[in-house]
Structure formats: C-alpha cells, structure tokens
Design a binder for this molecule. Structure first.
Ligand code: IMP
Ligand code: MG
Length: 188
C-alpha cells in the first residue's frame, strides 16, 4: 500500500508547531535534569508513539541516563477505544528494581494504558516511578494517573504527528496536527 504523504487536505489545524514543541521540551529536559541530578535515571519509552518525544527529550537531559523500550496493546475493541487493561507485547530488557524510572509517553487520554503500565511496573520494585507525557487530554480521563511532567494539556481532538499516528502513518511529522475527520479516509 502506498500512503499519500500529503496530509494537508485532512489537516484541520496545526495545534502545536515545531518551535513551540521544541521550546517546551527544552523546559522539560531542564526540569527533569534538575530533579534527578545525582540519581541513576532510566527513561522508558512506550512504543511507538513516544519515540519522537524520547529522542528529543533525551538530548535535553544533561545528566547520565539509560533508555529502554516497551510496547503494550490494549485488550479492546476498536483501535481508538481504550479498555481497562493492557498486555505487554514487547518487554523491557532492563531490570528496573531499585532504579529511578521515568516513563515517556506521547499522550494520556483515558489514562487506562498508563495506569496499567504503572501497575505492572510497580510490581518490579523500582526505586521511583514517574510519568512524563507530551500531551494530556485531561477532560477524557477515566483512570487516576499521576502525571509528573506534562508538555501540553490539549482539548479532546484527535491529533497526529510527532510520534502520534493516524492509522500507523504520519508519526514523522515535526508538529502536532488536528485531523479533519470529514476529510480523512482511513486505509482499507
Ligand atoms: P489511553 O489508554 O486512553 O490513555 O490511550 C492512550 C493511547 O491512545 C496513546 O498512547 C495513543 O497511542 C492513543 N491515542 C489517544 N489519543 C490519541 C490521538 O489523539 N492521536 C493518536 N493517538 C491517540
Ligand atoms: Mg502511546
């Protein structure tokens, strides 16, 4: 399948442009570096949406840190419906016991994904466990999740770009855009 890379006809608006994203990530990097100075920090990126954010964020963290990746999928019906629990489809290769863990996520929507990841990782006894999410759709929250670092709180609109996908495409765009759902046709 060839995907039309011209997203412009279904881009309703650029919600967060590249410059604004990068400036906020500068601030987050600074804040995280300050908070974890002298500690042994492990950043865990939740694939695949968190990947752009991780690579930019880690370049702004000026203290030693390690990285690892995990992927989860929700037990649920539609791809955009989040159910109560998730299963790990790719596990960490690092033992997190007694480590300071910071989860790096693209977006927290209902909160179910991150709530179950936190619950699973807590059983492995990290020294600390926090969440850094680029985006927060706070009005959609169903699960209670402590967000220690947030890039931007956004309205309830479906967004894409900068790691976030539209049917698995467009993750590489440098900005966060809003989809015009009347003009976007999902692939078959
Ligand atoms: P939650 O379990 O409802 O918090 O869902 C979080 C996951 O849903 C995120 O990690 C994203 O993969 C996906 N998601 C939620 N909202 C959006 C969106 O607006 N665009 C793209 N993906 C989204
Ligand atoms: Mg995600």
């Amino acid at each position: 399948m060839t995907k039309d890379i011209d997203y412009k006809h279904f881009l309703a608006e650029i919600l967060i442009d590249e410059d604004t994203l990068q400036k906020r990530i500068d601030e987050l990097g600074e804040e995280i570096s300050k908070d974890y100075r002298g500690e042994d920090l492990l950043l865990i990126c939740i694939l695949r949406g968190g990947v752009m954010f991780l690579t930019d964020l880690m370049r702004r963290i000026n203290i030693p840190h390690a990285i690892d990746f995990m992927a989860v999928s929700s037990y649920g019906v539609g791809v955009r419906e989040s159910s109560g629990s998730v299963r790990i489809t790719l596990d960490l290769s690092t033992n997190i016991k007694d480590r300071h863990v910071l989860l790096v996520e693209d977006i927290v929507d209902s909160g179910h994904t991150i709530a179950s990841v936190l619950e699973m990782l807590e059983t492995r006894q990290p020294k600390s466990l926090r969440v850094c999410s680029l985006l927060d759709k706070a009005s959609r929250r169903e699960a209670v999740v402590p967000l220690h670092y947030t890039g931007f709180e956004i309205e309830n609109k479906f967004v894409f770009g900068y790691g976030l996908d539209l049917d698995e495409f467009y993750r590489g765009l440098p900005f966060i855009g809003v989809v015009d759902t009347d003009k976007y046709t999902p692939p078959d």
